[in-house]
Design a protein around this ligand. Structure first.
Ligand code: UD1
Ligand code: CA
Length: 453
């Protein structure tokens, strides 16, 4: 158990965004939320996020996930941590300090660092990495015995020190009391005139406390996002991680690089996800499904053995053994039953479609309640809008809707009713009745001759 402090008050200027950096998303989740979640999974019993730039937006997005400390003016990383310490006066044990812009951090790495810190008897442990190009980072200066002496910022470093490739990740584990003591001692005596958190290591060493470093292997863990290029690189890495997770759970992906799945999506085993598929917003897919090429599922719930091809499904549920598409559009608030067929160029909106119903082609069903085993001919339209209000259509079980029918709502079609092709239905149809609502055909044999005269 430990408390974590997440630094997220900075500007993020290089994003060139009206939105604060930490709210930009990787695989659907804000940068900062990845860090909060990793720290909770690693065992944090409390997290305090230091906010400043666009504080209200960050608060609104993350409310309930973390406590907040306000750093009104950004006077450095040490100053930021001081603001958070007010929230953890009673804190005993360890404090883990993380950055809000490193979404690729894992819970495992945090746990390992905390364990290393505890077993080494350190009062402070800085998490470090050896990078091929260390430019921009604070460098870890070690003594002749290999022990950490201090951290020097790029802007304050001498030429010798700039050659060091071991860098400060900006993440640390501190014993709470030692951190509180060291924060009280830091001074803004540096190139940037800031209160550097990094100075705490030297301060603790001077006070005779043990300080060390935990060096990570996977440098992605500490990758900070500063601009949109780095955002896209992080997205690529996260996408590969998420897709690998699903494949390990028994999901088939033939071209995983083309598949975009957000964090929090669930997929059952023996489901196949085709290329260029997008799965968003907590979509849940059962077992034995095929989500074919080019589909987008947004907050959809798909039960087992469903077959979807080239379709879009938003905020809706689809029952077992149903087929959808190609080119179907299921808009919000639909509940589609089992063994239903939603065929090509079919649009559904705010409707329930009960089991066994077939809507094979070129049909719009909006604001409707459709019973079981209904058959829709090609080109059925529910006329649900009169220019001011929307009305519902109800269609009873086992009815047969002929091709090119307009159902002018509000209207009820009784169970087992038949509608002749080309009808425009404006009145309710009683159970088991055939309804024909179109002009009779007239064949005029003499018409062509008459016109010539
Ligand atoms: C910091 C470290 C550097 C390390 C690097 C890793 C210091 C002095 N330097 O440098 O050794 O290699 O991180 O990325 O700590 N923040 C606040 N309030 C502030 C200043 C910063 O909340 O007043 C937050 C930022 O939003 C960011 C984090 O702290 O999430 C790091 O700040 P940043 O300015 O990026 O630090 P660096 O200069 O990169
Ligand atoms: Ca800086």
């Amino acid at each position: 158990m430990f408390t974590s402090i997440i630094l997220a008050a900075g500007m993020g200027t290089r994003m060139k965004s009206a939105m604060p950096k930490v709210l930009h998303r990787v695989c659907g989740k804000p940068l900062c939320k990845w860090v909060i979640d990793a720290s909770k999974t690693a065992g944090a019993d409390k997290t305090v996020t230091v906010i400043g730039h666009c504080a209200d937006l960050v608060k609104a997005e993350l409310s309930g996930e973390t406590e907040f400390a306000l750093q009104a003016e950004q006077k450095g990383t040490g100053h930021a941590v001081i603001q958070a310490m007010d929230h953890i006066k009673a804190a005993k044990g360890n404090i883990v300090i993380l950055n809000g812009d490193t979404p690729l951090i894992t819970a495992e790495m945090i746990q390992n660092a905390v364990e290393y810190h505890a077993s080494s008897g350190n009062r402070a442990t800085v998490i470090t990495a050896v990078l091929p190009d260390a430019a921009g980072y604070g460098r870890i200066v070690r003594g002749a015995d290999g022990g950490v002496l201090r951290i020097v910022e790029q802007k304050d470093a001498r030429d010798e020190e700039k050659k060091i490739r071991e860098v400060n990740s900006g993440m640390y584990v501190f014993d709470a009391q030692s951190l509180a003591y060291a924060l009280g001692e830091i001074k803004p005596n540096n190139a940037q005139g800031e209160y550097y958190l990094t100075d705490t290591l030297e301060i603790l060493l001077a006070a005779g406390k043990k300080v060390g470093a935990y060096t990570i292997e996977d440098n992605d863990e500490i990758r900070g996002i500063n601009d949109r290029l780095q955002l896209s690189e992080a997205e690529k890495i996260m996408q590969a991680r998420i897709n690998a997770y699903h494949m390990k759970n028994g999901v088939t992906m033939r071209i995983p690089e083309s598949i975009y799945i957000e964090a929090g999506v669930e997929i059952g085993n023996d489901t196949e996800i085709g290329s260029n598929v997008t799965l968003k917003n907590g979509t849940k897919i059962g077992s034995g499904c095929v989500v074919g090429q080019g589909s987008t599922l947004d907050n959809a719930v798909i039960k087992d053995n469903v077959n979807i091809l080239n379709s879009v499904i938003i905020n809706s549920t689809v029952g077992e053994h149903t087929t959808v598409g190609p080119f179907a559009y299921i808009r919000p608030d639909c509940t589609v039953g089992e063994h239903v067929k939603v065929g090509d160029f079919v649009e559904l909106k705010n409707s329930t479609i009960d089991d066994g119903t077939k809507i094979s082609h070129l049909t719009y069903i909006g604001d409707s309640d459709v019973g079981k085993n209904v058959n829709f001919g090609c080109g059925t339209v529910t006329v649900n809008y009169d220019g001011k209000k929307k009305y519902r259509t109800t269609i009873g079980d086992d009815s047969f809707i002929g091709c090119n029918t307009n159902l002018v709502s509000p209207v009820n079609v009784g169970k087992g009713a038949y509608i002749a092709a080309g009808s425009t239905i404006t009145d309710d149809i009683p159970e088991g009745t055939l309804s024909i609502a179109r002009a009779r055909q007239i064949n005029k044999a003499e018409w062509k001759k008459d016109r010539r005269k």
